[in-house]
Design a protein around this ligand. Structure first.
Ligand code: MRU
Length: 348
């Protein structure tokens, strides 16, 4: 992606350091965060300095490579197993994270250089898969389409391009005159902060939609299709994605609006028979109770936005049943959300 005329990836490795766009500071400040050790990279995944399935997958692969490089430097062999465990404990839901850890862990048994090469390969593939998803997805988008997306499955959520937003960028670049509704996505506001920032940066016409306004927009026939990302897809086609995705899928079916999920094959988990097997992350209640922003002088602030003393719950993801999904866009093309199609996808 281009930011201020300079080309960036969301995450990359320079020497033994993992570099990433600091997503906790966006959209108010653009800054690069450097993780010198695998532990720094773990912390960055946990506190969501980097977030989004593909981006945390790439970061996890780099963290595993860092662990091998650190073990080679210090002679502390035990560090690799500890790191494998610590990286896996950062965030539980996105499949890409576990895929990357295991790939790089196996590659590192040959050498630390091999681990790094494998981590770089995963990041490159993530980019390439996202680009292909954009091409397949663009074919589904008609001229003048009004598209709803939820959370952020754009280039910030991957190494580049994104999944749900990749077709949107291609449709925009091919002159289809599209319009995007970016769902706000409480509590962390990935839609209002990150998707809106990306769309603005790419010059795609859009508005931010309060989460509670989606049903009304659909009832008014203002939305032609929905495209969302995925954090993990079970073998039967059930999809775990950002909390609120299920609401949109139920609404889309009610109003007869196509509902697409976009994700690379690295997001599918054949070991989860159905959505019931997908671990759902529960994050801190503080993310619901407090909001971050800037004041009129540009100073960062954090304010309590709920009734003092009341507790809150914060499930970060929900599961959309396969029967509500029109199709899943992958780097190999559009497939149906069912066991047969997914088995065949993962066999190739
Ligand atoms: O908690 P996050 O921001 O890491 O959640 C991931 C997401 O951004 C979404 O669920 C997204 O739609 C799928 S990840 C590309």
């Amino acid at each position: 992606m281009l930011i201020n005329d300079k080309s960036y990836q969301t995450v990359w490795m320079e020497g033994n350091t993992v570099m990433m766009i600091n997503q906790n500071l966006l959209p108010f400040e653009f800054s690069i965060h450097a993780c010198k050790t695998h532990w720094d990279t773990c912390m960055a995944i946990t506190d969501m300095t980097i977030r989004g399935a593909g981006a945390i997958g790439a970061a996890a692969g780099f963290a595993m490579a860092q662990a091998y490089l650190e073990a080679a430097e210090t002679g502390n062999e035990a560090l690799v197993e500890e790191a494998r465990h610590d990286i896996a404990a950062t965030r539980p839901t996105a499949r890409n994270l576990f895929y990357a850890i295991e790939q790089v862990y196996e590659a590192g048994k040959v050498s630390s250089v091999n681990a790094k090469t494998e981590a770089q390969r995963i990041a490159l593939n993530d980019m390439e898969d996202s680009r292909k998803i954009g091409q397949f997805g663009n074919a589904l988008i008609k001229k003048n389409a009004r598209i709803l997306t939820h959370c952020n499955a754009g280039w910030l959520a991957f190494v580049d391009y994104g999944t749900a937003l990749s077709p949107i960028y291609m449709a925009h670049q091919t002159g289809k005159n599209i319009f995007v509704y970016a769902g706000e996505t409480r509590p962390r506001g990935q839609g209002a902060r990150l998707t809106a920032w990306e769309l603005h940066n790419e010059g795609v016409p859009h508005v931010i939609v309060p989460d509670s306004a989606v049903a009304s927009l659909m009832a008014q026939r203002k939305i032609d299709l929905v495209i969302v990302g995925a954090d993990r897809i079970a073998a039967n086609g059930d999809v775990a994605n950002k909390i609120g995705t299920l609401d949109r899928a139920v609404l889309a079916q009610h109003f007869g609006i196509p509902f697409y999920v976009a994700a690379p094959t690295t997001t599918f988990d054949k070991h989860c028979r159905s959505g019931k097997d997908i671990p759902i992350e529960e994050r801190s209640a503080d993310e619901v109770l407090y909001q971050d922003g800037i004041d009129s002088n540009g100073n960062r602030l954090r304010v309590l936005v709920c009734s003092p003393g009341s507790p809150a719950i914060n499930p970060a993801f929900d599961v959309t049943p396969a029967k509500l999904i029109t199709g899943i866009l992958t780097e190999k093309g559009l497939i149906e959300a069912n066991r047969k199609a997914i088995t065949s996808l993962l066999k190739d």
